[in-house]
Design a protein around this ligand. Structure first.
Ligand code: F6P
Length: 204
């Protein structure tokens, strides 16, 4: 089987105070998740090489820090959807300061672009090549009969929605609403015969 493990970062200070975006540190609960994630993954005793990819933001790097691995990459392509002028605000604050923007996002969450920020389509465009690399390396391994690898990706809600929509064939119209709970490891496992990916969730 081919295995990809996905996780959001542990609760950040901004998550705790209901604010979006930013580059804040983990909250105490978030740090507890980082410790739980490390002991969970390390105790799986994975026999093949483990690669850990995070975003470039502090909260994902800190979440993955204790996971033992053979290779570690921080990639800004895996950063959270940038909310432009709304970074660091709560949804309530956005609704009262930018009511039109708030309504427009509600009407079309997939294409809506925050002023000076990104849309889900923008995130798809930068995450697509990362997904392409993963799929190429899976195909190459199959050709070379090379050693398998387990990949752990620690990223953010909007980015992980893109991964889940791709691997689980979820329509783009539903993508911005896919549930990605905090403090949960998402297992994607590929069936060798059909190539289809299945998903399961382990809440830590
Ligand atoms: O609230 C956490 C968060 O990751 C924000 O940083 C980000 O703007 C948001 O989720 C994305 O989710 P949604 O598109 O549902 O607002």
């Amino acid at each position: 089987h081919k295995v990809i493990l996905l996780s959001r970062h542990g609760e950040s200070e901004n998550n705790f105070s209901g604010k979006i975006g930013g580059d804040t540190n983990l909250s105490p609960r978030g740090r507890a998740y980082a410790a739980a994630l490390a002991s969970y993954i390390n105790s799986l005793n994975i026999q093949c090489p483990v690669e850990v990819w995070t975003s470039g933001l502090k909260r994902t790097i800190a979440t993955a820090a204790g996971v033992k691995c053979n290779q570690r990459k921080a990639m800004k392509e895996l950063n959270e959807l940038h909310a432009g002028c709304c970074e660091g605000m709560s949804y309530e604050e956005i609704q009262s300061e930018y009511p039109q923007e708030f309504a427009m996002r509600d009407q079309n969450k997939l294409t809506y672009k925050y002023p000076n920020g990104e849309s889900y389509e923008d995130v798809l465009a930068r995450v697509g090549p990362v997904i392409g690399n993963i799929e190429e390396s899976i195909l190459e391994r199959r050709r070379d009969d090379d050693e398998e690898k387990v990949l752990l990706i620690v990223s953010h809600q909007a980015v992980l929605r893109c991964f889940l929509s791709h691997f689980l064939d979820i329509a783009e119209s539903e993508l911005p609403y896919i549930e990605v709970p905090l403090h949960t490891v998402i297992w994607l496992i590929q069936d060798e015969d059909t190539g289809k990916w299945s998903v399961s969730y382990v809440r830590l």
